[in-house]
Design a binder for this molecule. Structure first.
Ligand SMILES: Cc1cc2nc3c(=O)[nH]c(=O)nc-3n(C[C@H](O)[C@H](O)[C@H](O)COP(=O)(O)OP(=O)(O)OC[C@H]3O[C@@H](n4cnc5c(N)ncnc54)[C@H](O)[C@@H]3O)c2cc1C
Length: 436
């Protein structure tokens, strides 16, 4: 049966201005200092840092460079860590929690500085993010966190009571919220294209549509089999995140690819945008399966994203679910046309922390849990320094043990739809409680 089309196109809105494309075929090197698997933000950032230090380095990507999450995401420079401060303290101790929170600030500044220094044309605006509270209890808690963030790290953040909410967002759905000004938005596909441009100019070679098939120890180095032939590499860095496949069986059993989907509205009237998103900020909310949303860089559309529990094909239901969410927030958009709906994979792991780790000599930079716009360039670059033995520059709170093994899991996340349903139920109960 043919499903009705909910959006005009099922491809990334970002590809309209910055399409992903293959690179000219490169001769296969016989030997490399470093071979990188994956040419998203992490792989390119690492490759660029290595090439700038004179290493012979090539990145191999199974698809067009950027065709993974790096040209499909929301472009929100959140640099979030899923577990909250209290949970990280409980699990890893207070020292680590402080270091992780502080590193979020440094990683965001690293990204902003990089965009500025390299003059990357990627529509970046440090415009701030509003996060909505679904109930007054949640609002009180969030207001305290905003105050603590300002005190601990000097980040400009504040609470917005319900009565003032409409100067940030044209909805009554939330019971107030918080704003932090260290988060902004960029055009993710333009950012990737620009990162690729400077990485190539720095001496990185990128082989597109050339999957790595296997990585084996060979004396002091590695024998890497690709679809184009075999390469000897002194070191290997894996940056495959939500697209990890059988070439990295160790990682595949520890990372769960989960679909995240975004819908884009047709162009809206300027008065509508001024009413719904008066400050053109990035937007988020504090639900288990909360939406993230934002204006398009030209301020003419709304792009709204959230979890997609589908696993195969491109069914209509997840787009309809996001559309319903959009209309619940902004009832006046009931008849809006969607121009685009697309999905990509984010990578979750058991403790929901991004990291660098090493296993059998291979280094991994991965596990960005849906917040890789900030974390992938930062952690990719730290991984490059680690490979070069620059211990001071490689220093990061995210270089630690591999993610935990997931029982009964070999790369097929059969349990995800049930987990997402469970979160959905939790969210419904929380919303119902907060509105009693
Ligand atoms: C819909 C969506 C919305 C998102 N929104 C945001 C957001 O607003 N803010 C934010 O911070 N983050 C967001 N993210 C997450 C962010 O996009 C990712 O964390 C980030 O792009 C990860 O970059 P990466 O380089 O690690 O991986 P990717 O960009 O996914 O690249 C991995 C690459 O590895 C390649 N690969 C895999 N296996 C092989 C192999 N065997 N051989 C060769 N190549 C291989 C793949 O082809 C792929 O290109 C979102 C993600 C999605 C999908």
């Amino acid at each position: 049966m043919h499903e009705p089309k909910v959006a005009d196109k099922n491809t990334s809105f970002w590809w309209e201005a910055a399409p992903v494309k293959p690179l000219p075929r490169q001769p296969l090197p016989q030997k490399l200092d470093v071979l990188i698997v994956g040419a998203g933000y992490a792989g390119l950032s690492a490759g660029m840092a290595l090439a700038r230090e004179g290493r012979s380095v090539a990145a191999f990507d199974a698809m067009n460079p950027g065709e993974g999450a790096s040209s499909r995401n929301g472009g929100i420079t959140s640099g979030s860590i899923r577990p909250d401060y209290a949970t990280i303290t409980r699990r890893f101790g207070e020292e680590k929690a402080i270091a992780i929170e502080a590193e979020g600030k440094i990683a965001r500044e690293f990204l902003y500085d990089f965009i500025k220094t390299e003059k990357l044309d990627c529509d970046f605006q440090l415009i701030g993010r509003f996060t909505g509270a679904i109930g007054y209890d949640q609002y009180e808690k969030m207001a305290r966190s905003a105050e603590a963030l300002a005190k601990r790290l000097g980040i400009e953040s504040c609470a917005v009571p319900h009565a003032e909410q409409r100067s940030y967002i044209g909805t009554d759905f939330y019971r107030g919220g918080t704003v932090r000004m260290d988060i902004g938005g960029l055009h993710p596909a333009k950012f990737h294209a620009e990162l690729l441009r400077v990485a190539l100019a720095s001496g990185l070679t990128v082989h597109s549509s050339t999957p790595v098939i296997s990585i084996e120890r060979d004396g002091a180095g590695f024998r890497v089999v690709t679809s184009a032939g075999t390469v000897q590499a002194r070191q290997v860095l894996v940056c495959t995140n939500g697209y990890t496949d059988g070439a990295s069986p160790f990682l595949r059993r520890r990372l769960v690819p989960v679909r995240s989907r975004i819908i884009a509205t047709e162009e809206l009237a300027p008065e509508t945008m001024a009413r719904l998103m008066p400050k053109l900020m990035m937007m988020g909310e504090n639900r288990e399966l909360g939406f993230y949303y934002r204006p398009s860089p030209d301020g003419s559309r709304i792009l709204l994203g959230g979890r997609d529990s589908s696993r195969v094909g491109d069914p209509a239901a997840p787009t309809l679910r996001l559309r319903n969410g959009l209309v619940e927030l902004f009832p006046e958009l009931e008849k809006v046309r969607l121009s685009h709906s697309w999905f990509g994979n984010v990578a979750m792991n058991r403790d929901m922390m991004p990291r660098i780790f090493e296993k059998d000599g291979v280094v991994y930079a991965t596990g960005f849990c849906g917040s890789g716009v900030v974390w992938a360039p930062w952690i990719g670059t730290r991984a490059a320094y680690k490979l070069m033995g620059y211990s001071e520059r490689a220093r990061t709170a995210f270089d630690f043990r591999p993610p935990a093994f997931i029982p009964l899991y070999r790369g097929n996340p059969w349990f995800m739809p049930a987990i997402i349903q469970g979160y959905r139920l939790q969210d419904r109960i929380a919303l119902w409680r907060s509105r009693r």
